[in-house]
Design a protein around this ligand. Structure first.
Ligand code: FE2
Ligand code: FE2
Length: 278
C-alpha cells in the first residue's frame, strides 16, 4: 500500500504555503482521498492550489474534533471538494472555550457552523462515538479511553453547559489509523486524549502492536515537564519504526525532547510537507 500524507494547514509553512494556527492533512491511501481537518480559515485552499493538490474528488472529510482551528476551514473545504461525507463524533457542536487562569481572556473555539448550514453546503454527516471503518485498512479511532495515569485533558479547555463553564473532556477527540503490515500509522488532529492513550486504543482495536509512523498534533504545548518526560519515555519503550512528524500543538519543549529521543525519524511537519510511505 502506498500512502501519501500532504499537510495543507499547519502553524508553520514551507516555501510558497501559508501558515495559520490549525491543522489539515490530506491522506491518500487504499484508493481513497481523505481530508483530516480543515485548518482555521482558508489556508487549505491556498496551499492546495500552490501544491497543485486538487480537492475535488476527496472521498470524505474526517474531523478530529470540534475545535475551530480544525473545523473553521470546513466551509471553504466543502466549496472545493463538493458534496462530501463528513465523519466525526456527535459532540463536535459543543460550545467550547479556551480560558487561561489569571487572565481575562476567554476565547470561543467552537465549530463555527451549524449542522444545517454545513448540510446546505453539501456535508453528509456520519456521526459516531465508535471507530468508523473507511476502507479495510483505514479507520477512525472513535472515542479514546484515558488509561494512563499521566495523560489528562488540557485544563484550560472548557465547555459551556447551562450557563456554566466546566472542564472539557473532549470526547469527540479522534485520530485516523492506517493499519499496515509494517505497523500502525497514526494521524492526529490535536491528540487531546494523549498520544500514549491513543496508541493503546489503536493497538486494542486493530490488534496490531507495532507503531510504524505518527504524524500530526501531539497536544503537549502546555503540558508539565513531568508529563512530557513520561510521554517520551513511554514512546521510547513502545518504539516507532519509520517516522515521527509532529505538528501544531505539540509545542517546543516536547518537540525538542522527541527530536532527541528519535533523532533518525523525527521531523517538524509543516504546511506543504508531503510524505510518501509504503
Ligand atoms: Fe488544535
Ligand atoms: Fe484542539
Amino acid at each position: 500500500m502506498t500512502i501519501k500524507l500532504t499537510t495543507l494547514a499547519e502553524n508553520t509553512a514551507n516555501y510558497g504555503c501559508l501558515g495559520e494556527w490549525g491543522l489539515s492533512i490530506l491522506v491518500e491511501a487504499d484508493g481513497k482521498r481523505i481530508l483530516l481537518d480543515t485548518g482555521l480559515t482558508n489556508t487549505v485552499l491556498h496551499n492546495a492550489a500552490f501544491l497543485r493538490v486538487p480537492l475535488t474528488g476527496v472521498d470524505c472529510i474526517v474531523l478530529s474534533h470540534g475545535h475551530k482551528d480544525h473545523t473553521g476551514g470546513l466551509k471553504n473545504a466543502l466549496a472545493a471538494t463538493g458534496p462530501a461525507e463528513i465523519i466525526a463524533h456527535p459532540d463536535i457542536w459543543k460550545q467550547r472555550y479556551s480560558i487561561r487562569r489569571g487572565t481575562a481572556r476567554k476565547r470561543n473555539i467552537s465549530l463555527p457552523y451549524t449542522r444545517v448550514r454545513l448540510e446546505q453546503l453539501g456535508a453528509k454527516f456520519r456521526l459516531s462515538r465508535e471507530p468508523v471503518r473507511i476502507t479495510d485498512n483505514i479507520l477512525t479511532s472513535g472515542e479514546v479511553p484515558l488509561v494512563t495515569d499521566f495523560e489528562a485533558i488540557d485544563e484550560t479547555l472548557y465547555v459551556e453547559e447551562n450557563g456554566k463553564y466546566i472542564q472539557d473532556t473532549i470526547p469527540d477527540d479522534l485520530s485516523l489509523i492506517i493499519n499496515t503490515r509494517k505497523g500502525l500509522i497514526l494521524i492526529l488532529g490535536c491528540g487531546h486524549h494523549g498520544i500514549i492513550n491513543i496508541i493503546r486504543h489503536a493497538q486494542n482495536i486493530t490488534g496490531n502492536e507495532k507503531i510504524y509512523a505518527i504524524i500530526g498534533g501531539i497536544h503537549l504545548f502546555r503540558a508539565s515537564a513531568e508529563r512530557i518526560e513520561k510521554t517520551v519515555n513511554e514512546l521510547k519503550k513502545i518504539g516507532i519504526v519509520k517516522l515521527l512528524g509532529v505538528s501544531h500543538c505539540t509545542g517546543f519543549a516536547a518537540s525538542m525532547q522527541l527530536a532527541q529521543a528519535f533523532p533518525d525519524i523525527f521531523f517538524l511537519n509543516y504546511a506543504g510537507d508531503a510524505i510518501n510511505l509504503r
